[in-house]
Design a protein. Sequence first.
Length: 186
Amino acid sequence: MRIFTLISALFFVLNNSLHALEPMSDQALDHISGQGGVYLSGDLTINADGGPLNVDGPSAWSSDCSGGNGGSRCGGRIAINTGDSASEGWFVLDNIRGRFSFEGLTLKTRNIQSGFDGDGALFDADVLEVGLPNSLKYEDVSFTVANSNSARPTDAGFVQTDIFTLNINGESRLQGNLLVFPTGAP
């Protein structure tokens, strides 16, 4: 008899607590408020095995990252044109290698209509708010800051001047938000 009572009580609880998802009307959604945004954690490793990637593919990798090997370089490259045309100067982060990991990077939109010493009222639009990660870890990270006359080392007449190379190991704790303001017409 006790088992029958227990099964009956369990059936009653399950029957009353299970409901199917049902679509909501636009009028019902008008009364619902929520919070948008994305919380990200990640781990990015660039050129973990070392060595330049030649035009012959991965089988041509070597452990020589000295710039020998016909001028080969190791790691990733980001080139940003700082002039009005492609023939003007390029700011370069070159030979990017190592492991970057982070936790707590957030992305969301925010409306700016006040603040900023009164400039917000003039702006009155949405911006992208990037919440800086709680923790940013670096493991065997290195990169070279340079300038060059073209975006790619394979371009004719390529010349690059390395300014400094940075090697990092450790952890940073960041606080605050980065606001990205849109410009121009969509």
